[in-house]
Design a protein around this ligand. Structure first.
Ligand code: HPA
Ligand code: ZN
Length: 328
């Protein structure tokens, strides 16, 4: 069965760092990892919550140091994504996680964009880049990061907000999002993963986001669901991530069907595939099997991904045609 053509809209490039590449880069850069073998590292991939995962995510990405490292990381993702049906990818990166340890933002952006520039020809994938602010860092740090990225804004489609959610509401980043919108960028934010529906309201009303990342907790607030449906605000849902970070107990209990029934524009994505047990095609297969989704529903999810993507209308129409032509 060919994989269904999709757009991946919630993907942290640092979260695609597989153990084999992490060890190879550690060796190349003379970085000491606190794990002797890949097996020992993989044994650490059992998380109690978002923070528990973030601790490993930030520790392991210290192997990323040079422009080549970021290009290699991005190419490895694109190759896997293509094999799983991804036709368009909107990719998050976390500049502060690198600048804080002395890696220049220019190095990060040049490495990633080198791979993205070749992606249409090499992998048949179109891309956008989304710069995320770490919400557990200060609002001032986000503003400094935005200014440092100004020379590269022609390469950046949108800004986003990630890292530890609870206690770091969207309103903290009002100012930097206003600057991003003034500069013509799209806006997205993680909200309603571990945080309450109030954070989704803030993302909409204070940050003016075009999409909500995760957003699964919106179901706790009827008025919020009505608002998201009325505005057709896309939600980038990450089913395997939600299980691994214990946002839901079991995939069989995932609210994806309830979200679809409510009329929400939901999409399926992989978040941090090297850590959460699968790339986007694996997420599609897992929800199909655990939730009993039929072909029509899978096609709706794929169509939603292109509807929700930051694409020009001609390209969007071409991708939607590919979805209609897909047969299992
Ligand atoms: N949530 C918040 N921050 C993140 C995530 C996530 O799932 N992945 C990487 N940073
Ligand atoms: Zn995420």
């Amino acid at each position: 069965m060919p994989p269904i053509p999709t757009a991946e809209l919630h993907l942290h490039i640092e979260g695609t760092l597989e153990p084999d590449l992490a060890f190879a880069l550690a060796e190349r850069n003379g970085v000491e990892l606190p794990y002797a073998t890949q097996e020992e590292l993989k044994a650490a991939y059992s998380f109690s919550d978002l923070q528990d995962f973030l601790n490993l995510y930030y520790a392991l990405m210290t192997v990323l140091r040079t422009e080549d490292d970021f290009a290699d990381l991005t190419n490895a993702y694109l190759a896997r994504a293509r094999a799983q049906g991804v036709r368009h990818a909107e990719i998050f990166f976390d500049p502060q996680a690198h600048t804080a340890r002395g890696v220049e933002i220019d190095t990060v952006i040049r490495g990633i964009t080198r791979a993205l520039d070749a992606a249409p020809e090499t992998y048949g994938i179109t891309t956008r880049l989304i710069m995320c602010f770490l919400r557990d860092e200060s609002a001032e740090s986000a503003l400094e990061t935005f200014e440092a990225a100004r020379p590269h804004l022609d390469r950046i489609a949108a800004v986003g907000l990630d890292s530890a959610e609870v206690g770091n509401p969207p309103s903290k980043f009002r100012e930097v999002y206003a600057l991003a919108r003034e500069a013509g960028l799209k806006c997205v934010a993680h909200a309603g993963e571990e945080g309450p529906p109030a954070y989704v309201w803030e993302a909409l009303d204070i940050l003016g986001v075009d999409r909500v990342d995760h957003g699964v907790r919106c179901l706790e607030d009827e008025a919020l669901v009505a608002r998201l449906v009325a505005d057709r605000t896309p939600l980038t849902v990450c089913p395997l991530s939600n299980v691994r970070l214990r946002v839901v107990d079991r995939l069989e209990d995932h609210p994806l069907p309830a979200m679809l029934d409510a009329g929400l524009l939901v999409t399926v994505n992989s978040d941090d595939p090297a850590y959460f047990g699968g790339y986007v095609g694996d997420n599609f297969t897992a929800v199909r099997d655990a939730l009993g989704l039929d072909e029509t529903t899978l096609r709706t999810l794929a169509r939603n991904s292109f509807e929700a993507a930051f694409l020009d209308e001609g390209t969007r129409a071409a991708y939607l045609k590919e979805v209609e032509g897909w047969t299992r």
